[in-house]
Design a protein around this ligand. Structure first.
Ligand SMILES: Nc1ncnc2c1ncn2[C@@H]1O[C@H](COP(=O)(O)OP(=O)(O)OP(=O)(O)O)[C@@H](O)[C@H]1O
Ligand SMILES: [Mg+2]
Length: 377
């Protein structure tokens, strides 16, 4: 039997745990052609969630367009990624594909060719230079035209949206707001994982996208939802795991989907046929995972300043519910002054090692957190 816990890519049917509230909220937002900025830490399940939302939308009423901006490095790549995804979502027949490409994206000089699978795809004869303002405007106008043409709500999803902050000319960031503000039949969802980059894009008054979309943060999955999900997968394989052990496991991963699935994957593989998982196995599973990562963690750890290391120790220490800038915290972890803690926190945030959460911070990599806890012992 194959391992029922998968980690890494997008998870679909049968591998997807809960998110009922998020699914409902996002569908509501889409139905009213809203704009939303969905933010979550790395590997929290953004892409899986949004693809599930898109998959559940009735095809008669909605036309979803999913654009992964990860591989894009500039405005032209941004424009062609949108054009390619939009034509592919709207049309599958070769002849009509070209017609639509020309209609919506004429300036990008579309042509149609067959890919390795024999599927027709649109190509654009404009690679290798930068995009002009008029080319970008044409691309950004397309969703509303398509919505009017089809009578459907077009749903534009931009995954890894923080990429646009790195485009040299800044044209896309400047243009999006004015282009989309009158699109009444188009929902826009911007997904991203680098909180500080995204927040400055949407919350800094001097930036073009300031307050242009509602915020929707995605957090961990609660233990009460993991309990039936994990128990069922053990049961299906004739393996046992009790409630308490699942709770312990979720405490270790803080319910973060990727780390929870990864740890479950290793634990499940340790339990033999008709066997039962126990605390010793959970401990061994964690050790195994930390052993695999330890080389990278040592290198990371050695690259940090002493105060950054102290700050991380404080955050990793599970007994600590202390505020990270309190006198109690700085004394206990040897930081001496709140200003030292502040500086350490800032550089760890900038390095994507920790992230602000409510009144404190979380260590993004939940296994790193466990590894640091190991240092404390
Ligand atoms: N609803 C879920 N139920 C169970 N596991 C999930 C769920 N969502 C995410 N996961 C786990 O997290 C992993 C990462 O999911 P996904 O790629 O959707 O996250 P992401 O936030 O888009 O990540 P990235 O930051 O790398 O783009 C999945 O491979 C899976 O192991
Ligand atoms: Mg993703």
């Amino acid at each position: 039997m194959t391992n029922p816990f998968s980690y890494g890519g997008v998870v679909g049917n049968g591998e997807f745990c809960n998110r009922a509230q998020e699914l409902a909220d996002l569908k509501d937002l889409i139905s009213s052609a809203g704009r939303c900025f969905v933010y979550a830490e790395r590997r929290m399940g953004k892409s899986s969630l949004i693809l599930r939302v898109l998959g559940e939308l009735p095809k008669k009423q909605f036309l979803p367009v999913y654009i992964d901006l990860w591989p894009t490095d500039g405005t032209l790549a941004f424009a062609t990624a949108i054009a390619r995804a939009t034509t592919a979502a709207a049309e599958t027949k070769t002849t009509r594909l070209l017609e639509l490409g020309k209609q919506l994206f004429g300036r990008l000089r579309p042509s149609v060719s067959l890919d390795e699978m024999g599927q027709p795809t649109v190509e654009f004869g404009v690679e290798g230079r930068t995009a002009s303002k008029s080319e970008l405007s044409e691309v950004l106008a397309a969703p509303q035209i398509l919505a009017e043409k089809t009578g459907k709500i077009v749903v534009m999803v931009f995954d890894e949206f923080q990429q646009i902050a790195g485009y040299e000319d800044g044209l896309a960031e400047r243009q999006i707001r004015s282009s989309i503000q009158h699109h009444h039949r188009v929902a826009y969802i911007f997904l991203g994982s680098r909180k500080h980059l995204l927040q400055s894009m949407f919350l800094d008054e001097s930036r073009p996208l300031y307050r242009s979309a509602m915020h929707y943060p995605i957090g961990s999955i609660k233990t009460k939802h993991w309990l039936p999900f994990i128990a069922q997968r053990f049961r299906d394989a004739n393996k046992a795991i009790d409630k308490q052990l699942i709770e312990q496991l979720c405490e270790q991963t803080q319910g973060h989907p990727f780390y929870t699935q990864h740890l479950c994957h290793v634990l499940w593989s340790m339990v033999g046929p008709c066997g039962a998982a126990d605390a010793a196995m959970l401990k061994a599973a964690v050790s195994e995972l930390l052993r695999r990562e330890s080389h990278a963690y040592v290198i990371l750890w050695e690259s940090l300043t002493k105060n950054e290391q102290r700050f991380l120790r404080g955050l990793a220490d599970s007994d600590s519910s202390r505020k990270p800038f309190s006198a109690d915290f700085t004394r206990r972890y040897g930081l001496r002054a709140a200003s030292n803690a502040q500086r350490a926190a800032e550089s760890l945030v900038a390095g994507d090692i920790i992230e602000r959460e409510e009144s404190s911070y979380v260590i993004i990599d939940r296994f790193l957190r466990l590894w640091i806890r190991g240092l404390l012992l």
